[in-house]
Ligand binder design. Structure first.
Ligand code: AP5
Ligand code: MG
Ligand code: ZN
Length: 220
């Protein structure tokens, strides 16, 4: 059986994490978010977390060799044998080339959303401090204000979701990550999705792409 090896490309707030979580539940594939791994390291106060925190708070990128080390460890785990969903990685050409020496991608999904829509998505985003579930104060509010529907823990705002840091994250995306669209197009694995539609519509388009591109088995 071929493996579904998916990369999500898209500016901050396009819905990479939202869609990867849903796909992970549907196909039983591991959702690997370098942002989540780094935020977890910050929370645990590890060496990695202490180095990464100030970089992330400014909206800049953690060094490529650090990220490639994280990915190499993660891909070596047995759950990656049947495929993976990469969210927020690769983010630079050097990361994409480094990854190609470890493994390959059969589906790069680029999610497009106009930037004015993205600012609003990010500044009103809230995340569960315990289970990581994602909310949006306007588009996807929790049933009880400030409380996770799933586990009851408190909802928090990400440090880098202030309007000024969001602007630098966009700048970094255009400069460092957008060139990867051409990189994957050249490899013949690029697919484009209009992310400015409701979450379920975007999801069903992504499912169609992945099912047409490779063999995946629905676990849900
Ligand atoms: P990372 O965590 O990867 O953040 P990001 O790329 O900026 O993307 P986001 O997580 O903000 O957005 P998303 O696309 O996942 O959107 P979401 O689904 O949450 O990286 C953070 C930092 O870590 C970086 O700045 C960097 O410092 C460091 N880092 C991470 N990876 C790195 C790497 N590889 N190399 C170097 N440094 C790295 O959706 C956003 C909001 O919109 C939510 O509220 C959601 O509910 C809502 N929403 C989603 N879809 C829809 C929809 N269709 N309609 C309406 N609302 C929607
Ligand atoms: Mg995310
Ligand atoms: Zn929760």
């Amino acid at each position: 059986m071929s493996r579904a090896k998916v990369v999500f490309l898209g500016a901050p707030g396009t819905g990479k994490g939202t869609q990867a979580k849903k796909l992970s539940a549907k196909y039983g594939l591991p959702h690997i978010s370098t942002g989540d791994i780094l935020r977890n390291a910050v929370k645990m106060g590890t060496d990695l977390g202490m180095k990464a925190k100030s970089i992330m708070d400014r909206g800049e990128l953690v060094p490529d060799e650090v990220i490639l080390g994280i990915i190499k460890n993660r891909l070596a785990k047995p759950d990656c044998k049947k495929g993976f969903l990469l969210d927020g990685f690769p983010r630079t050409l050097a990361q994409a080339e480094g990854f190609d020496r470890l493994d390959s991608v059969n589906c790069a999904i680029q999610i497009d959303v106009p930037s004015d829509v993205l600012v609003k998505r990010l500044v009103l985003r809230r995340t569960c401090s315990s289970c990581g579930a994602m909310y949006h104060l306007e588009y996807h509010p929790p049933r009880v204000e400030g409380v996770c529907d799933i586990c009851g823990a408190a909802l928090v705002q990400r440090e880098d979701d202030s309007e000024s840091v969001v602007k630098s994250r966009f700048r970094v995306y255009v400069e460092k990550t957008e060139p990867l669209i051409g990189y994957y197009r050249q490899k013949g694995v690029l697919y484009n999705v209009d992310g400015n539609q409701d979450i379920e519509t975007v999801f069903s388009e992504i499912v169609q792409i992945i099912e047409a591109a490779g063999e995946v088995n629905d676990e849900g």
